[in-house]
Design a protein around this ligand. Structure first.
Ligand SMILES: *[C@@H]1O[C@H](CO)[C@@H](O)[C@H](O)[C@H]1NC(C)=O
Ligand SMILES: *[C@@H]1O[C@H](CO)[C@@H](O)[C@H](O)[C@H]1NC(C)=O
Ligand SMILES: *[C@@H]1O[C@H](CO)[C@@H](O)[C@H](O)[C@H]1NC(C)=O
Length: 681
């Protein structure tokens, strides 16, 4: 079966009007993903779609999701067991071989921030809980037994620490933190970290079948239950509620999950005792006072309360969950949905949430996300393969091919496809070559105003160091947001020179052309050092398949991130600048052959004058008389293909002061960008 969906360039209204890049703490997708939980064994009967176990989904290794998963697997395999458990052993008074991951020299930049900062060991601990979850999820997604050995060794090392402490307590900081927590004294959220460790152990049990992990988390639960019990009996329940003003993460959630595994009602009531009433109560009465609450603290509590509903069927908790989603969806939502990289776990479960299933005599499978993958759908006795052709900006169709093989004769099941909100009404499906009708329930229309830009499901961001003013033209969106053609990458050039031992590239900063250290792709410097060649004779532009085809021709050089602008030479010995060509002839240069495979840029308006680099500055300089070899060297540049390259999903958007290159957020690495734009009509 094939499904074609037309991507609609969708303008969304969001509450943020400024340009700073923001964390997606309120991302609807993120919360949605957290709201359905892994490993739930017993629930009230209701219309819940069940998650397909991670172990039954495999990502296509050639897809970007498959590649991201592999990178993350290799990263997790690199971590050292002794270093990971170092501070746990220290706290338990056990020998500590190796060194702690404190002064971490991580090759993985995104994580480094977790390991430095004012309280290294505590931040590290939070990451530690993530490690347990991430490895469990990764193992379920790949069945890589090298990883299983490693994570099992970590769990065993922790078990030894727990046994040594002999109370059920397991942490890398002393119990004294909890004394202060219960006394309402200053302390850094100890339950937040404990929740992560407990959740990690639950994942190790549920996803990787490690029963030692279940035993450990149960002992931890008993230890903390006694602590809470003690606060309530010795003091008051109010005292306990007051202590919850300190961040407790998803303690309620992990206790509800544990209850579904153990069926022990003591676990259920401990979960209840972490449902923060002053917060959930507000939701229950639909008071929109969320803005005052710290999101990191409260999203996990709502996730836990949704779990309470799924387990107990208590309609109040359904109300609370719905009310929260409504409030968030209507006003507290940011646009960078699902792309935060601040939690390593998300890369370990990329196979998560692609498929859901519905039990019953005639079981159903729901294809929720279009990601190249295969599914071994056990209850439907079906092997399903999904192949997605990557989307590009110049072809607004998403093509998905689904191949189904039945494992059992004569069984029947239902396939459901999500028609995402970002498709137009022209989605088409064919089954074995025959068209089949499809119904789309979502007819929401474009909004008139726009602050973040989505192309289908992809959040587009603008390459910019600050400016974020868009010039919206009347009429169709396509008047001011246009796709970058697929062949433009072959028109890109970076020009370099060797000086001493270093390589410098022609670059620009604040509309002045400079020489900057030659940099790797995926950085702001690579963006600034890349230019697009535009042939002056526009009728032939399309014909160039590399910068080499432009040698001997008259060209303009457009900075990669400033579409519509170009290099300009204003006069002799004046620095080369960037502008939108007040006098077009100042931006014309002839690209000529220089020494030993280099190229030179000769001004068209001032013949015999060349772009000349000395001591980091770049000016127009004129040949005084032939034989000056210094002049030749300073005007000769090695030509390279553009260091930055356009992603297949790239657009140019017209701006008030500058135009923007828009690319999907996921395609960027360390480049500066803006997610939110101000609209001017
Ligand atoms: C686990 O993955 C790593 C990295 O891809 C690989 O080198 C190793 O052979 C795998 N282990 C097993 C048992 O497949
Ligand atoms: C979020 O809000 C939009 C626009 O009001 C609405 O169409 C959509 O159904 C809402 N989504 C959820 C999950 O409530
Ligand atoms: C260039 O490299 C050589 C040998 O590696 C070194 O001795 C010299 O100091 C370097 N020069 C500069 C300017 O960095």
């Amino acid at each position: 079966m094939e499904v074609f969906m037309l991507l609609k360039m969708l303008a969304v209204v969001l509450l943020l009007l400024f340009c700073d890049c923001v964390e997606d703490e309120y991302s609807w997708m993120m919360m949605y993903k957290q709201m359905k939980k892994l490993g739930v064994r017993s629930r009230v009967s209701g219309n819940f779609l069940n998650e397909i176990p991670l172990g039954d989904v495999r990502l296509d290794p050639d897809s970007i999701h498959g590649q991201a998963q592999q990178t993350n697997l290799e990263y997790l395999l690199m971590l050292d067991v002794d270093s990971l458990v170092w501070s746990f052993r220290k706290t338990a008074g056990l020998p500590t071989p190796a060194t702690a991951y404190g002064g971490w020299e991580s090759p993985n930049q995104e994580l480094r921030g977790h390991f430095v900062g004012w309280c290294t060991s505590i931040v590290l601990l939070e990451s530690f809980g993530h490690y347990l979850s991430a490895t469990a999820q990764m193992w379920a997604s790949t069945n890589n037994d090298t990883l299983k050995e490693k994570m099992t060794a970590v769990v065993s090392a922790l078990a030894a620490c727990q046994e040594k402490m002999d109370s059920g307590y397991l942490s890398a900081f002393p119990t004294e933190f909890f004394d202060r927590f219960e006394a309402i004294k200053q302390v850094w959220a100890p339950y937040y970290t404990i929740h992560k460790i407990m959740a990690g152990l639950v994942d190790q049990y549920v996803l990787a079948g490690n029963s030692e992990a279940l035993k450990m988390v149960t002992q931890m639960a008993d230890y903390f239950r006694k602590r809470v019990e003690n606060v309530i009996t010795k003091y008051t329940i109010e005292r306990h509620w007051r202590s919850l003003n300190e961040e407790t993460g998803g303690m309620n959630d992990v206790m509800y999950r544990l209850y579904t595994i153990t069926g022990d009602t003591k676990h259920l009531w401990l979960a209840h005792l972490f449902d923060k009433p002053c917060f959930l109560g507000l939701l229950a009465v639909k008071a929109d006072e969320l803005s005052g609450f710290h999101a990191n603290t409260h999203i996990p509590i709502v996730v836990g309360s949704q779990m309470r509903y799924e387990i107990t069927g208590d309609p109040l908790y359904k109300e609370i969950g719905m009310s929260f989603m409504d409030i968030v969806n209507s006003s507290h939502m940011y646009a960078s949905g699902g792309t935060s990289v601040s939690r390593i776990e998300s890369f370990s479960k990329l196979g998560d949430s692609i498929y859901f299933e519905e039990a019953g005599k005639n079981p159903g499978v729901y294809i929720i996300q279009y990601i190249s993958s295969s599914l071994n759908w056990k209850s439907g006795q079906i092997l399903l393969e999904q192949k997605v052709i990557p989307v590009a900006s110049w072809d607004p169709r998403l093509r998905v091919t689904i191949t189904i093989a039945s494992k059992k004769e004569g069984s029947s099941s239902t396939l459901n496809f999500r028609i995402p909100f970002w498709t137009t009404s022209n989605a088409k499906a064919t089954l074995n070559g025959q068209g089949i009708p499809i119904t789309s329930a979502d007819d929401r229309s474009d909004y008139a105003s726009l602050h973040a830009i989505l192309y289908g499901p992809y959040l587009l961001v603008g390459l910019t160091t600050g400016d974020c003013d868009l010039k919206a033209e009347s009429g169709s969106l396509s008047n001011w947001i246009t796709p970058i053609p697929s062949d433009y990458n072959s028109h890109l050039i970076s020009l370099s020179q060797e000086t001493g031992n270093s390589t410098f590239a022609l670059s620009h900063t604040n509309t002045i052309v400079t020489m900057a250290k030659f940099s790797n792709p995926g950085t702001s410097d690579s963006v600034f050092s890349t230019f697009r060649i535009i042939l002056a004779d526009s009728s032939t532009s399309a014909g160039i398949s590399s910068y080499k085809d432009a040698i001997g021709k008259t060209i303009k050089l457009e900075p990669y991130n400033l579409p519509g602008m170009s290099l300009v030479a204003l006069g002799k010995e004046i620095r080369i600048g960037i502008s939108d060509s007040l006098d077009p002839k100042n931006s014309l240069f002839r690209l000529v052959d220089g020494n030993e495979g280099t190229v030179r840029l000769e001004s068209e308006s001032q013949k015999g004058c060349f772009v000349y680099s000395s001591d980091g500055s770049v000016k127009l300089s004129c040949d005084s008389g032939g034989s000056d070899s210094g002049f030749m060297t300073s005007t000769s540049f090695k030509a390279n293909n553009g260091i930055s390259q356009y992603h297949p999903i790239s657009f140019v958007a017209k701006g008030l002061n500058m135009n923007f290159v828009l690319q999907p957020l996921f395609s960027l690495r360390d480049e500066q960008y803006a997610v939110y734009f101000k609209l001017h009509s």
